[in-house]
Structure formats: C-alpha cells, structure tokens
Design a protein around this ligand. Structure first.
Ligand code: SF4
Length: 204
C-alpha cells in the first residue's frame, strides 16, 4: 500500500481526522473503498470512473485523497449549486479537520460576476421600470460591500432578471486592460486567486 493510501485509510478510520469534520461520522466500507481507489489513481496515474449510490459519502471520498496528495487540484462540479456547496461547506470543513495549509479558490464563468464597468453603464441604461430600478439599487448597494462580486451572494436576486446581462460581462464586451475598472475587476481577481491556489473549484 502506497503512502497516500495509508494516510487516506487513517483519515477514514473510526477515530481518524474525518470524525472531527462530520458529526456522527462512521466508517463506511464503500466510502473508504472509493477513497482508496482515488488515492491509487493519484499515485499511479490513469483514469477512474466511480458510480456509487446516494449516501455513500462520495464527496469526502474524492476530496480527502485529493487534499492529502499535496498536488494542485481542479475540482469540477456539474452545477453551480454543488460548486458553492463544495467550496463553502465541505472543503473548509475538511481542510480544517485534516489540518492542511491548503489555499482554496472558487472560479466561475465571467457571467457569474458583477462587472463594475457595466454597472456604471447600467445606471444610465436600466430603463424606467420600477422593478429594474429597485434591483439595480440593490446591486449597487451590495457592490460596495462584496469582496468577490459573485452575484450568487446577493440574496433574492432572480437569476432570470433582465438586469443581469447589463451588469455582467461577456468575452465580447469586456474591455480588458483598457477598462477603467480593470484593477478592482472581480473577474480578474477571481482568476488571480485561482492561479495562486492549491485547490480550485470550478463547474462544467
Ligand atoms: S475588465 Fe471586463 S469584466 Fe472587468 S470590469 Fe472591466 S469590462 Fe468588466
């Protein structure tokens, strides 16, 4: 058994590190088995496809070996909700329980971030409808406090709001280095953070 596999087995043992991360953690053979398979493929290379039922604890099974490996890791989830859950809940709990000095970052597509330049423009283009004016006022207020500019953090924002395309950027309308908001730009900041991180959570 390789060193990574041994550390993974230890973490999943009844009194191991995971019992500190999850309330009522109990050793489950399917979970440990999947984690050891992930550890083996990290050690030896190759691909691994795993199918496991609900309740097996798949998230910890891939996160623990990935974190213990010390490698740079890209975790890609199927939905943005899972992405937020992984980054905001499971990952920090595990990093703390395993006591690892791991830097993590969340990276979404540019359409998920407030574009500061287009917010300036939207002040003039939002139109006369009351609902748009109210939503814009809410976004403006939040924009002064947010560190990430991730619109998912704004409570009650309807993701179908017609205002969203006005305050987010596309590859075509982003001004890049010519942008007056280039330095504080949230898209750039998220990408910089991802470049410096050990574990990056994206979605596909
Ligand atoms: S650099 Fe692009 S995304 Fe960033 S604020 Fe400017 S226009 Fe928006």
């Amino acid at each position: 058994m390789g060193e990574l596999e041994a550390r993974v087995r230890e973490a999943f043992a009844q009194q191991g590190a995971l019992s500190r991360a999850a309330d009522q953690f109990r050793e489950r053979s399917g979970q440990t088995e999947m984690a050891l398979a992930v550890a083996r493929v990290i050690d030896e290379g190759g691909q691994l496809v795993v199918e496991a039922g609900t309740g097996v604890g798949k998230t910890f099974s891939y996160l623990v070996p990935a974190l213990l490996s010390g490698e740079r890791v890209l975790l890609s989830t199927a939905t943005k909700t899972l992405q937020d859950q992984l980054f905001g809940r499971d990952l920090p709990r595990l990093v703390e329980a395993l006591g690892l000095p791991v830097r993590t970052a969340l990276l979404k597509g540019r359409a998920s971030y407030l574009c500061l330049h287009r917010l300036d423009l939207a002040r003039h283009d939002a139109g006369p409808e009351r609902a748009s004016a109210r939503t814009l006022a809410k976004i403006e207020q939040w924009s002064k406090a947010t560190r990430t500019g991730d619109l998912a953090e704004l409570p009650g924002l309807d993701e179908r709001s017609p205002l969203i395309p006005l305050v987010t950027s596309t590859r075509d309308n982003c001004l890049g280095a010519q942008c007056p908001q280039f330095r504080p730009c949230h898209v750039n900041a998220a990408r910089r953070e991802a470049l410096g991180a050990d574990v990056v959570v994206i979605n596909h």
